[in-house]
Design a protein around this ligand. Sequence first.
Ligand code: ADQ
Length: 449
Amino acid sequence: MANRLPVAWDDIADRWAPSPGGLVSALAPILVDRRGAWVGWPGIADREEEPFRLEGIRQVPVTISAEEFTDYYEGFCNGTIWPLYHDAIRPVEMHRHWWRPYVVVNQRFADAVISETAVDEPVWVQDYQLQLVPAMLRAATPDRRIGFFLHIPFPPVEIFGRLPWRREIIAGLLGADVIGFHTRQSARNFARAARVFSTATGPAGQLSWQGRTITVESVPISIDTAEFKALAGSPEIADAAVRFRRELGSPRHLMLGVDRLDYTKGIDLRLRAFQTVLERRPDLRGQVTFVQVAVPSRAGVEEYQIIRDQIELLVGRINGEFGRRDWVPVHYLHRSLAREELVAYYRAADVMVITPLRDGMNLVAKEYIACRVDGTGVLVLSEFAGAAEQLDRALVVNPYDLDGLADTIERAIELGAGEQRDRMRYLRRAVTRWDVYGWAERCLDSVLG
Ligand code: ADQ
């Protein structure tokens, strides 16, 4: 179960089409094999749809009304939980009229499972939109195996404790047999919050509550590494990467940022650090081009409109101040890219800058590494991305430290080929050994008991 079904309505073809992604490709073969179902919202408000089959998987749509989309999804999920769980780096909006729809929608998801499955069939619930579902399922079907995985960070108890509904959320999650997180830090934070805001006891990995044992574990998500490697290694992508550099005016150094346009991603600080580099290093002007790709996201939430304006103002300022007829310092693309184009950018870029202020994992970091098939390239990575726990041979940086970030960008641009290869070899080994299939298998083993 996930907030979204792995399908999207294709208006032109007038039918449902698969919408691919890492989670989907990892789970699809398992679901097909086990004759499983995927429960989720089909992505269109007020749409009532009977279950249907697509790509060998039974798709069970849950209806969400336009009003619920505003209060449950944009409101409670993305106005309250999202900033709170990302260390409250933006004001956390809390409204009592957002909480009720969250409960109602969670119950609807739980009811869909109850009516679609036998009482003892295992269920694996994904992410912060559905934190009450485990307890709802437990109440109706106590003997079922239930797993939960949180894709975003779980904050320290001091921050989580601000939530008026902290006890309800903890009780909701403790309905599961297994609760998974990307990092050890999130797992520890959760176990502590559970002991403070419920009667749960026991060590971080094994909580006891209401006569049951709940496993709390960290299992970092990954990507389909083989697929990225194969695509990046293809002659078409190699040609495209060369062409992109030429079209960008053949800069000596190409730096890349790729993110959903979200205030957690630190795009603004990254731009300010790049501006600092250009200010203090006149010799690098005309030499470094920064391509920032920002995928439009949650445009209905006010904080997202604010961060978009801030980013676009900064891009304009940098280009206005430093740009020349023959050189645009920042190429800014506010759009989603086709997979091939994205991979060609990864192959073209000498330096990848990933500077979230807080991130559950960050898959872009792993994608960049997988695509560096020639063994070169430098990854600058925020210490506040979950990925930093595994990718510690990146140039790890505190993104709040603007001077430090500017220093690291300079260092990345000038890093020698030998050190690039040493670091990249280690990083590539990490993403090769641990891919999304390993992640899904590990998690499902725990869920199935
Ligand atoms: P996100 O916040 O969405 O995910 P991330 O993990 O980086 O962040 O995943 C983004 C995905 O979108 C990547 O697969 C990337 O290829 C794709 N993408 C980015 N820009 C794109 C573009 N312009 N065009 C097309 N595709 C683009 C949440 C959490 C993360 C966690 C994941 C998975 O916030 O911390 O890693 O879930 O658990």
